[in-house]
Design a protein around this ligand. Structure first.
Ligand code: ADP
Ligand code: XUL
Length: 543
């Protein structure tokens, strides 16, 4: 390998990876965090031999069981490295690597796997060498919802859902890793007993670069229902319920999200000409990495209006929530982040657009703009599919007097009721999760519907805060690249590291009377949701 000249040595590059549900992507950025190269591998089309659909396999006998063959991810990395080479990436200039992956999914390493990782042969593909390294050949992923019985056991073991949330940041969810591990331990006991270590998808991918089993980071560990958010240690009672005495060892000790884990595996030095000094920074989950990629700091709230709607927010303090999730903050170990997921996002907006506006966003926006803020006192809540919070399905309309009505008097009232209702509910939940609104609050809008100015104006008004957008997409993958630089340069603060990037663009400001109009509507929503929810019994299995 040639030694770089002095000039070349001062141009460091950073590599960020993202192992999402459907693809494995990579980005190479320079020291100014400018994107130089990207490459990706699509699971369904590039690796058809694994027969995935949307990157996953749904069990034919039990549709609640959703997995991905673990070896597919390994083979995807072999292909991705080839594609990065074809792009002309100069691996020798990469000084640090970090990554991100879909949250909650788990990898069960077979006994002896770590030794194999430590002795990888650079002349061979990874997938040839790791073929027998997994004690379950299929990894449960976040779309799996087959573990309800184990969720209830977890909650009961500590005194109920609220108590579990107090300890781990969330009540028990089927996709969270603790109940998934409990299922393997109870129903696939031989495989569990033959398991040397358990990784999350993020720490699994990290392990492939580190050449040994990488620790799980605090932010992704918060999506497991087993780590105590206060002490940042695995909770003993929960360890016992999920796996027993040896689970602590199988999980290893979790670490701060931007920990520098040391040198890259010699496999990459010999096979791909990486520098032997290239450092591997802990990998994390995609939602925490998105927070880093959006550079979401104190006072910021990110609202993603995609297929489903997701809210990510910075929290200084940790509070107990029964809906939504509190995670450790990926860029500041003393802070937290909040995550709220909604199933009724763009598809529900499209449904009303199709019913009221002939499928046209232009007509939709015209109707939205032609009704006043507050919608003459009418309110509506639309849940085309079973919502997580509130736990409701169906359409609910209320007139100014608070009476339930079947129909509104005009299409424009219906359209405004939909958009206002969606943001009013979100504001109530954001307040419940402990976000402090004040004159410094700013909203970052992302996702497909963030190009719709009329919708963003309602967002600004309901939250009584200015709304910003930013050019970049792929925030999780970029967040990983930023963390690579951050982890390498600690103790320099994350925001100092990323200040070279352009600021988000202001697109809407709230009208001055907004809070007067919407604060009472948020209170009305709380009462309505409480009354409606008492009429239904939750079946958490579908979440
Ligand atoms: P995903 O969450 O699957 O990544 P996107 O963030 O790309 O999805 O968002 C896709 C959605 O954006 C579509 O379902 C569509 O309804 C919505 N969308 C696209 N353009 C507009 C628009 N002008 N106004 C409102 N919604 C829009
Ligand atoms: C979050 C969640 C998903 C996955 C996949 O709780 O389940 O966002 O991280 O992207």
């Amino acid at each position: 390998m040639e030694t770089p000249s002095e000039d070349e040595a001062v141009v460091p590059l950073y590599l960020g990876l993202d192992l999402s549900t459907q693809q494995l992507k990579a980005v190479v950025v320079d020291d100014e965090l400018k994107i130089l190269h990207t490459a990706s591998v699509q699971f369904d089309s590039d690796l058809p031999e694994f027969r995935t659909h949307g990157g996953v396999v749904q069990n034919k006998l039990n549709s609640l069981v959703v997995t991905t063959p673990t070896l597919l991810w390994v083979k995807a990395l072999d292909m991705l490295m080839d594609r990065l080479t074809v792009c002309g990436v100069e691996f020798s200039k990469i000084v640090a690597i970090s990554g991100t992956a879909q949250q909650h999914g788990s990898v069960f390493w077979y006994k002896g796997a770590e030794e194999t990782l430590q002795k990888l042969d650079p002349s061979e593909f990874l997938h040839h060498q790791l073929a027998s390294c997994f004690s379950t050949s299929n990894s449960p992923v976040w779309m799996d919802s087959s573990t309800t019985v184990f969720c209830r056991q977890l909650e009961e073991s500590v005194g109920g859902p609220k108590k579990l949330s107090e300890i781990t940041g969330s009540r028990a969810y089927e996709r969270f890793t603790a109940s998934q591990i409990a299922k393997v331990a109870k129903l696939n006991t031989d495989a569990y007993n033959n398991t040397e270590r358990i990784s999350l998808v993020s720490s699994f991918l990290c392990s492939l670069f580190l050449g040994k089993i990488a620790p799980i980071d605090y932010a992704d560990a918060s999506g497991m229902n087993i780590m105590d958010l206060q002490t940042k240690q695995w909770n003993e009672k929960l360890l016992k319920v999920c796996g027993g005495a040896d689970l602590e060892e199988k999980l290893g000790k979790p670490v701060v999200s931007y920990t520098n884990l040391g040198d890259i595996s010699p496999y990459y030095v010999d096979r791909w000409e990486f520098s032997k000094d290239c450092k591997v920074i802990a990998f994390t989950g995609d939602n925490p990495a998105s927070m880093a990629g959006m550079r979401l700091g104190k006072g910021w709230l990110a609202i993603s209006l995609g297929t489903s709607d997701t809210l990510i927010l910075w929290l200084n303090e940790r509070i107990v929530v029964t809906e939504g999730h509190i995670f450790c903050n990926p860029v500041d170990e003393d802070a937290y982040m909040g995550l709220l997921c909604y199933k009724n996002g763009s598809l529900t907006r499209e449904k009303i657009r199709d019913k009221c506006c002939d499928g046209s966003w232009e007509i939709f926006n015209h109707l939205l703009d032609s009704t006043p803020r507050g919608n003459f006192g009418n309110m509506g809540f639309y849940f085309a599919t079973q919502e997580i919070n509130p736990y409701l399905q169906g359409d609910y309309r209320f007139n100014k007097a608070g009476e339930k009505v079947l129909k509104f008097t005009s299409l424009e009232v219906e359209v405004r009721a939909l958009i206002e209702g969606q943001f009013i509910a979100k504001r109530a939940h954001v307040e419940d999760i402990g976000f402090d609104f004040d004159e410094n609050t700013k909203i970052l809008a992302t996702g497909g519907a963030s190009k719709n100015h009329a919708i963003l104006q309602v967002m600004a008004d309901v939250f009584n805060a200015p709304v910003y957008i930013q050019e970049t997409s792929d925030s999780a993958m970029l967040g990983a690249a930023f963390q690579a630089k951050h982890g390498l340069h600690r103790p320099t603060d994350f925001f100092e590291i990323t200040k070279c990037l352009p600021e988000p663009k202001l697109v809407c400001e709230p009208y001055t009377d907004s809070n007067e109009i919407y604060a009472p509507m948020v209170e009305r929503y709380r009462k309505i949701a409480e009354e409606l929810e008492t009429l239904v019994t939750p079946n958490y299995a579908t979440q």
